[in-house]
Each structure stands twice: as structure tokens, then as C-alpha cells.
Ligand binder design. Structure first.
Ligand code: HAX
Length: 441
């Protein structure tokens, strides 16, 4: 076993009795109530999922294994000369809960290195896509195609015990994660660099550095990639992409089926696709302004026009957060350091000041502050990735790190098939009328 897998096995053994005791000793304790508006309103806020990989506080933002993003960036080991830590270190942290040392990061590095080679048929499937296919559709399909490689399926069919399910799931997860940057770079070259040969992955580079190398973009794009993958990795379990991955995996579908589903869930404009929508919307504004910087009043008008036409302002608002997303802040700080003079960044920065008061005045959004997607696209744009339909693929690489960690732990702790109960409208009406009847008052 590798150092990471050994450590994980140790942690799992320690965790199992905690879950067993919660279920056996306290299984009937009530921890939440459910209202009619929560049932109709997308189950907002109902405490009904468990994960130890990350926790999202509405005011503070995300913590990975108890660490804020600032702490993650400060504590994880970095490649020599880099500003941003190894993605490999984050994988270790999310899986084990511990900050890795250099040796432990090197172990994950080696694990990825030996699993990187992309099967030829994946490239052929990507090549076969018709022009103008959305990169998220290609990305999801490329992942799905590899389900034939699933180690978990083979072991399951051979009858391994439930307690061991996590082990082949871990192998599938690492096999898949190691290939995602290559798949993404291959899709990018095929769609947007016609006539160029895709660059094969470099065996000696880390996860983020290798992605930058395959994209053919110079420093600091390696740090941009590490930053992007790290901040998008997880956002607890209720968001649409993470929840979808968990749900699909709960039927014991393999990692490839589950992560393909995760990618499909991420591809909606209210979720991960918002990063492409932000750039599309900004370019609409820029075109309108003849590439000049709008005045405050012109920008306010554009925001109001978007709202009045019934659309949402992409990159603003959140289902859980009630303050500026720290993932936005981390990227803003990076942008202020590296691309403060970029004209699109100046637009984004102006929007940061202009949109929240308008959303407050508009009076609908519970959270008027920017989220991760308001800031991620402009950084890609600055470093030459101008095809904004591609941005959600990058989000998908990051998100897969968190979702696979969750699925490995789901299997390790024996979490069952997910199956909430639904009601009909008539049943709900019946329930409220019974509760409201005079004899119940
Ligand atoms: N612009 C305009 N209206 C907005 C808004 C925004 N940015 N954010 C919320 N609202 C509206 C909602 O559409 C809703 O209107 P209706 O009552 O007419 O349906 C109302 O305000 C209440 O919504 P909410 O409770 O504040 O927000 P939700 O939990 O329902 O939705 C969303 C959260 C993120 C989907 C929402 O804020 C939104 O659509 N934002 C713009 C799209 C976006 O940036 N998505 C990415 C979010 C981060 C993420 O998941 N990244 O992957």
C-alpha cells in the first residue's frame, strides 16, 4: 500500500466506531425539523447530510477539514519557487484530515504520476465529438467512457465484503483524478487549437504544473491552475455537483459513473456554468461600451437592465453563503498582485462595488455578495484561455477531488443508498389543514 492509503486505512478504522455509536446509541435523537417551504424550496438548510471533508459556514465560508482557505494555502507544502501549494497536498488533506509533510506529498505525487496515461480510446471518443459540442458534455462523456476500467466493479462482482468497498473505490478515484488534467487539456486542444497536436503529460511535473504545461501556458499559469483546482475542490455535500456525485455513488455506481454525473450537475448556469456566464455577460457589457470602461452610472444601468429582463446577475448570490465568498477573495488577491491592470479585471472589480447595493435594493437575493464564479474566469482570460465555455471544465477538475474524497469515505463508513421520501401536493395540503384545524390549535 502507499503511504496515503495506509494512513487512510488507519483513519477509517478509528472513524467507524464513531458512526456506529451515533446510529446505535443516538439514532432517534431529533436534530432538525422540516417546513413546508423547505420541502417546496429545494430543501434549503435541512440538516440531512453528513461529510467530514469540508464544512460551509454562511458567514465565514468554506473550511477544508477544519482549515480556512488562508490556512490551507499557508500550511500545505509548495513546489520550489511556487506561490500556491501542491494540489497533491490538498488530496492528502481532504482524504486523511492531516496536513501532509513533503514526503507525504511526494507519495501522492508518485501515485498520480503512475496513473496518468490516458487510454487511447478516450482520445478517440473526444475526437469523435461533433464540432460545437460543449466541452462539459465532452468532459463528462470522456469520464464515463472509462467506466470499463473500474476496479471497484471487478471487485464487487467478485464478492468483496462491504467493509472493503472503499479500497477499490480509492484506486478508481486516484486513477481518474490523475487523468482529468490530461483529458481537459486534450479537449481544449481539440476544440480551440485546431491543427495543433495535444501535448502529452509530463511525468516529472505536479498536478497543476503539468496542466499548465499541457495547455502550453507559461508561469504563473501553473500557480493559477493549482489555485483554481484547490479552491473549487469542495463546498460541503449539499451543493448540486457534490450531492449528485454522492447520490449516484450511493447506489454503488462506480467512480466514473458518479463523477460523470457530478460534471453534468456542475454544467448548469445556476451552479458551475456561472463562471462562463460571468465572462459572457461582461463581454456583452464591454461590447456595449465600445471596449471603454463604463462609468458607475452606465454599469449600474447595465446591471438593472439584466435584472429587469428577468435574468440573474451571474457570479453573485449563494444558497448558503451570506457574505463575500472567500474563494472570491483569494482570487481577487491573486488578481490584484498579478493582473491588476487587466481591463476585464477592472470591470470585475467595479462590479464588486456596484452589484451588491443593487441586489439589496432589488430585494430578492438573500445574498448580494459575489461568489467564486465572479472572479475565476477573468484570471483564465488574462492568461490566454479566452474560450469561456471551457471554464467549467476547470471547475470540474477541482470539484472531482472533493467528491471522490467524499465517495471513498461514504464507502468506508458504509453509508447506505440515499432515498428521501416524497409527498404529493394533496398530501401536503392535507397535512397543513390537519395541523391548522381548530382541534389542533
Ligand atoms: N441575481 C438576480 N437574482 C438573484 C440572484 C442574482 N445573482 N441571486 C438570487 N436571486 C434571486 C433568485 O433568483 C430568487 O428569485 P425568485 O424568488 O424570483 O426565484 C431570489 O433571489 C431568492 O434566491 P436566493 O434564496 O437568494 O438564492 P437561491 O438559494 O435560490 O439560489 C443561486 C442561489 C446561486 C442559484 C442564486 O444566487 C443565483 O442564481 N446566482 C447567480 C448564478 C450564480 O452565480 N451561480 C453560482 C453560485 C455559486 C456556485 O454554485 N458555483 O458553482
Amino acid at each position: 500500500m502507499s503511504g496515503l492509503k495506509d494512513k487512510l486505512a488507519e483513519k477509517i478504522e478509528l472513524w467507524r466506531p464513531r458512526i456506529k455509536s451515533l446510529v446505535e446509541d443516538y439514532g432517534d435523537i431529533v436534530i432538525d425539523k422540516v417546513t413546508v417551504s423547505q420541502v417546496i424550496g429545494g430543501m434549503r438548510g435541512i440538516k440531512s447530510l453528513i461529510t467530514d471533508i469540508s464544512y460551509l459556514d454562511p458567514k465565514e465560508g468554506i473550511r477544508y477539514r477544519g482549515y480556512t482557505l488562508q490556512e490551507v494555502f499557508r500550511k500545505l507544502p509548495k513546489p520550489g519557487g511556487a506561490e500556491i501549494p501542491y494540489v497533491e497536498g490538498l488530496v492528502y488533506l481532504l482524504l486523511t484530515g492531516d496536513i501532509p509533510n513533503d514526503e507525504e506529498v511526494a507519495d501522492v505525487f508518485d501515485e498520480f504520476k503512475k496513473r496518468r496515461i490516458l487510454p487511447r480510446y478516450v482520445c478517440e471518443v473526444i475526437d469523435a465529438f461533433p464540432a460545437k459540442s460543449h466541452p462539459m458534455v465532452i468532459f463528462s462523456t470522456a469520464i464515463l467512457t472509462m467506466a470499463r476500467e473500474s476496479f471497484f466493479n471487478r471487485k464487487y462482482n467478485a464478492g468483496i465484503p462491504k467493509n472493503d468497498f472503499w479500497e477499490p473505490t480509492y484506486e478508481d478515484a486516484l486513477n481518474l483524478l490523475a487523468k482529468l488534467p490530461s483529458i481537459a487539456a486534450y479537449i481544449y486542444t481539440k476544440l480551440y487549437r485546431k491543427g495543433q497536436k495535444p501535448v502529452p503529460s509530463s511525468p516529472d511535473m505536479d498536478f497543476g504544473g503539468n496542466f499548465a504545461y499541457m495547455m502550453g501556458i507559461d508561469k504563473p499559469y501553473d500557480d493559477v491552475s493549482r489555485l483554481h483546482f484547490i479552491i473549487h475542490a469542495d463546498h460541503e455535500s449539499g451543493n448540486v455537483s457534490a450531492h449528485t456525485g454522492h447520490l449516484v455513488a450511493s447506489s454503488l455506481s462506480d467512480i466514473y459513473l458518479s463523477i460523470s454525473a457530478t460534471i453534468n450537475a456542475l454544467a448548469g448556469p445556476l451552479h458551475g456554468l456561472a463562471n462562463q456566464e460571468v465572462l459572457r455577460w461582461l463581454h456583452e457589457l464591454r461590447e456595449k461600451m465600445g471596449n471603454e470602461m463604463p462609468t458607475d452610472d452606465e454599469m449600474k444601468q447595465f446591471v438593472w437592465d439584466t435584472l429587469n429582463s428577468g435574468q440573474v446577475i451571474p457570479g453573485f448570490g449563494h444558497a448558503v453563503l451570506r457574505k463575500t465568498d472567500p474563494r472570491y477573495t483569494v482570487q481577487r488577491e491573486f488578481s490584484l498582485k498579478h493582473l491588476s491592470e487587466d481591463p476585464i479585471f477592472k470591470y470585475v472589480d467595479k462590479l464588486y462595488k456596484i452589484v451588491p447595493p443593487i441586489l439589496k435594493e432589488h430585494g430578492k437575493a438573500k445574498n448580494p455578495w459575489p461568489n467564486v464564479d465572479a472572479q475565476s474566469g477573468v484570471i483564465q482570460w488574462h492568461y490566454g484561455v479566452k474560450e469561456y465555455e471551457f471554464y467549467t471544465v476547470l471547475f470540474g477538475i477541482g470539484r472531482s477531488i472533493g467528491v471522490t474524497a467524499n465517495i471513498i469515505w461514504d464507502r468506508a463508513l458504509g453509508y447506505p443508498l440515499e432515498r428521501p421520501k416524497s409527498l404529493t401536493t394533496s398530501m401536503l395540503e392535507q397535512m397543513v389543514s390537519t395541523i391548522n384545524s381548530p382541534e389542533n390549535k
